[in-house]
Design a protein around this ligand. Sequence first.
Ligand code: SF4
Length: 289
Amino acid sequence: MNDFTLLAHNYVRPEVQQIADFTGDSLELAKKAQEVDAGTIVFAGVDFMAEMAAILNPDRDVIHPDPHAKCAMALRIRPSDILETRRRYPDAEVVTYINSSAAIKAVSDIICTSSNAVKIVNSMDADTIIFAPDQNLAAYVAEHTRKELIPVPALGCCPVHHALTVEDIGERIRKYPEAEVIVHPETTPGVQRIADFIGSTSAMIRYVRESKADTILVGTEHGIISRMKLESPGKRIIPASMHLVCPDMKMCTVDRCLQAVKEHGPIVHVDKEVAADARRALERMLEVT
Ligand code: SF4
């Protein structure tokens, strides 16, 4: 049995992805965290991801090499935002995007990722869904289901993806008119409308591998580009904007990971009751998918 397994999100630094035992998107990493043999999981990503690995693995130590690495979108919502909205829509169910804290997951009925959000929302009994915390993913899901979605907070978003504009892509298309455009559903509806493909990070990696196009413009965080180039050599893979960089995703460096292994910490701690409620919502997602 290995003592440590290093899990790394597709957005972390390429050199960290290279030393990781496994890289993937949020759903893949959540599943992987439950499958590995190692006694300790080192999680290179932002806080909610390491928290999630800890919630799903209560008997193992989960180490987050840099606890200051926090998701800016997850910080924009409080449990009271959801509880108040539940009071206003008593018949609604709460679907929460995996990019959220344990406290937010704990007050949700079920969790979703960008790859399964449509399936999860379709699986709900209620016609009205309170959806947290990304307005853009909510808009994407609303377009692909017959449900009414109430985004909470109303203007919640990932500041990195939300900043990508139609003009950014237009500028790139003028330079590379033959290119296909792929974007993440955290981008705005306007950006999604001009894309050839919308998908989670892993779906985007797959798309690049399978596409016949030689040039592809990628509308998501830069960290994914190195993996795409590695898996699809010979293709021209170009960021849709030079500003698609999440500073928090870059905080876990190789040095910090090695230091974390050496010091066996910092270990992620989640309040037991919060963890139990969050686990219920996460496991419901894993059952549906
Ligand atoms: S890219 Fe956006 S959603 Fe992902 S961790 Fe950074 S701020 Fe959060």
